[in-house]
Design a protein around this ligand. Structure first.
Ligand code: SAM
Length: 214
């Protein structure tokens, strides 16, 4: 519990720190955190059916429409708006530590259910195989993404999608240390879930969508 409170405090501080301080904070953590070993490659067989797309909005057009979706990490709600408009889900669950900055038209949408709090307890509280898509875009640190994957994978329906924003491994001003690439490659190689979509995006911060086998 003390650990969770400390983590919440860290997230709250990270939200308000100016970018320069955030970069220092992240680099400081790098000095004390072990660097994980290089990720395993995703086997070629899992990439054969992958569609390469111009951006993540195109992915929303190609994903099965309707259904039950969760966005883990909502921030201002702009991508949630796109999910609602393009995919027309029956239900969109939004999970974030705070919705204070989220646009009101998204929060007021009757299809939206808000879950204010940490991502892992939210995911753990859901029934297995309850989502057609889970979009993971919260804490991008390696341990945090690993924890989100561990909590999310069984909650995706067979044939459903587990999608990650910022599939990258970088140390960069404004983004800090991203462990999404590492954590996702490890999960893909270990689970065998094929890659369905790879979405290009500015600054090489790609989205990757894995599909749970039927
Ligand atoms: C990159 S933003 C999300 C952007 C949004 N998906 C979009 O594309 O418009 C990340 C959000 O995740 C939230 N967040 C970070 N760590 C979290 C955690 N452990 N649990 C829940 N939310 C978290 C932050 O509060 C922030 O609003």
């Amino acid at each position: 519990m003390a650990r969770e409170s400390l983590y919440r405090l860290e997230l709250a501080i990270r939200r308000v720190l100016p970018e320069g301080f955030k970069t220092l904070w992240r680099l400081g953590r790098l000095a004390v955190q072990p660097i994980p070993p290089p990720p395993p490659p995703i086997p070629q067989a899992q990439l054969e059916g992958c569609q390469l797309l111009t951006n993540r909005i195109e992915m929303l057009r190609r994903l099965p429409q309707g259904g039950v979706i969760a966005e883990i990490g909502t921030f201002r709600g702009d991508f949630a708006r796109a999910i609602l408009d393009i995919m027309a889900p029956e239900k969109l669950h939004l999970a974030d530590v705070t919705f204070s900055l989220c646009r009101t038209d998204v929060l007021a949408d009757p299809r939206v259910e808000q879950h204010e709090g940490l991502s892992v307890p939210f995911l753990a509280s859901r029934a297995d195989a309850s989502f057609d898509m889970i979009y993971v875009d919260a804490d991008h640190g390696y341990d945090a993404v690993r924890a989100d994957i561990a909590a999310a994978a069984s909650k995706v329906k067979p044939g459903g999608f587990l999608v990650f924003n910022d599939f990258a491994h970088i140390i960069r001003r404004g983004f800090g240390v991203l462990g999404v690439h590492q954590a996702v490659c490890e999960f893909a190689a270990q689970s065998g879930w094929p890659v369905a979509f790879f979405c290009l995006e500015g600054e090489a911060l790609y989205d990757i969508a894995l599909r749970r086998p039927e």
